[in-house]
Ligand binder design. Structure first.
Ligand code: ADP
Length: 456
């Protein structure tokens, strides 16, 4: 096992990785920007190194500074966490070239899955069902129109290098298409540096369902079932649950097996997630995340697995050591992403936390780096806490979540706790009856109870 791991991240995810290391007797090195000197991940780590000024590009994305920190502290391995450099294949390769272990997949797998067009082609090769579309980059408008007519309007124009829900535009009709293509190309070039775009059929009422896998890079792969991440705003996940209220056991088994077979063909190493849209009983691959995900705790809660510990173990070259039949899930888990934002306008609301009380009790887990007196800096992602609740049934989980949300006190800053409290009284959510578009419409009042009455 490693003696010392450098965690190239911040916030709750850095803490999450630190906790797994601690339990395994591994020393941790935190890296931080000057804005994060008093952050919890720095306080808890065995050692810490300041790697630059507040902007991420000068600190958490500063590869030479991170590699130097690993050298100075004598770390054996680097865990990239989530976001920042976690899906950067060049970073992973550099880590290995400098003699450290990268806790994650093969850089080549990261690279192939990182390009959306290549990832889709690879998915087809591996036997995964994909969304009907252009199958490759669109070269000219005539070709695009031909494909769009074949798959049927509306279509979604996507940037090959897009990510984080950005770089996607809908063309409703053939008349809209040339304009949409031109706009998407311009935006892709400006935001991602490449103007490659492709076409996909727009699914009108899908759910976002993703499958968690773990491979050892020696041919063994298992899956830990699915997560339903359909509750999104602007393509950003807000609340996730496992198992999905929309799948029956046979469908669950079948998609799990399909994904496992695909990842075996790839000889995938470490934790990964295969994301699908699920509509009218069919799955459509959208992308693979070659890293740990923010919502991994819901899987951990129902499967009783520590995914970070497994990543660390596999990174040492250890075999998986168990098979699919040894993985069982029990009960239901829900994660609420709590952001430092105004719960109505979603404007970021950094600032000083004047009071802090986290909920507890049976089945309640809080992954957060907040503490009383901490100042949330304005420079980074607004996710400040994840409240994860487990229950033996979905109903018990919902009751427990309502109770836990009531207990949670984060004073001094605005958070999205009130949004979650509102959501937990909403029949459509309680019934598990939602698709990827529902939450946004509900937030905007189109489907909200008060507004419906007002306009009636
Ligand atoms: P990103 O890398 O930006 O997260 P994804 O391809 O994973 O992009 O898509 C993000 C979200 O966009 C999905 O969760 C879904 O809500 C929506 N989306 C993507 N592709 C389609 C599609 N073909 N039809 C409808 N919605 C889609």
């Amino acid at each position: 096992m490693f003696d010392k791991v450098l965690i190239a991240n911040r916030g709750e995810i850095a803490l999450r990785i630190h906790r797994a290391c601690r339990e395994m007797g591994i020393q941790t090195v935190a890296v931080h920007s000057t804005a994060d000197e008093t952050a919890m991940h720095v306080r808890l780590a065995d050692e810490s190194v300041c790697i630059g000024p507040p902007p991420s590009r000068d600190s958490y994305l500063n590869v030479p500074a991170i590699l130097s920190a690993a050298m100075i502290t004598g770390a054996d391995a680097i865990h990239p966490g989530v976001g920042f450099l976690a899906e950067n294949a060049n970073f992973a390769a550099l880590v290995e070239e400098h003699g450290f272990t990268f806790i994650g997949p093969e850089p080549e797998h990261m690279r192939r899955m990182g390009d959306k067009i290549e990832a889709k082609a690879l998915a087809v090769e591996l036997g995964l069902p994909v969304v009907p579309g252009s199958g490759g980059a669109i070269e000219d408008d005539g070709e695009a129109l031909k494909i769009a007519r074949e798959i049927g309007f509306p279509v979604l124009v996507k940037a090959a290098a897009g990510g984080g829900g950005k770089g996607m535009t809908v063309a409703e009709t053939a008349e809209d298409l040339p304009e949409t293509l031109a706009m998407c190309r311009r935006e892709a070039k400006a935001n991602f540096g490449h103007d490659a775009i492709y076409l996909e059929k727009l699914l009108t009422h899908p759910r976002h369902i993703e499958v968690q896998v773990l491979g050892d890079g020696r041919g063994e792969v298992v899956h830990f079932g699915e997560r339903d991440c359909s509750l999104q705003r602007r393509h950003q996940k807000i609340l996730e649950e496992a198992p999905s209220p929309a799948l029956d056991p046979a469908t669950r088994l079948s998609i799990g097996e399909t994904v496992t077979e695909a990842m075996k063909k790839l000889d995938y190493r470490s934790a990964g997630t295969i994301e699908f849209l699920y509509e009218d009983g069919a799955f459509y691959f959208i992308e693979m995340n070659t890293r740990l995900q923010v919502e991994h705790p819901v899987t951990e809660m129902i499967c009783g697995v520590d995914l970070v510990r497994e990543q660390l173990r596999i990174a040492t070259g250890a075999p998986l050591g168990y098979g699919q039949d040894e993985i069982a899930s029990s009960g239901h888990a829900i994660e609420c992403r709590i952001n430092a934002e105004n719960p109505e306008s979603f404007r970021p609301a950094p600032g000083r936390v004047s009071e802090y009380h986290a909920p507890g009790g049976l089945g309640v887990r809080v992954d957060s780096a907040l503490y009383s007196g901490y100042t949330v800096p304005p420079h980074y992602d607004s996710l400040v806490s994840k409240l994860i609740v487990h229950g033996t049934t979905r109903n018990e989980c919902l009751m427990r979540l309502r109770r836990a949300l009531e207990e949670y006190v984060i004073g001094g800053i605005e958070t999205t706790i009130p949004l979650h409290q509102r959501l937990i009284s909403e029949p459509r959510f309680l019934n598990g009856d939602y698709d990827i578009h529902w939450l946004e419409a509900w937030i905007e009042g189109a489907d909200g109870p008060a507004e419906t009455e007002d306009t009636g």
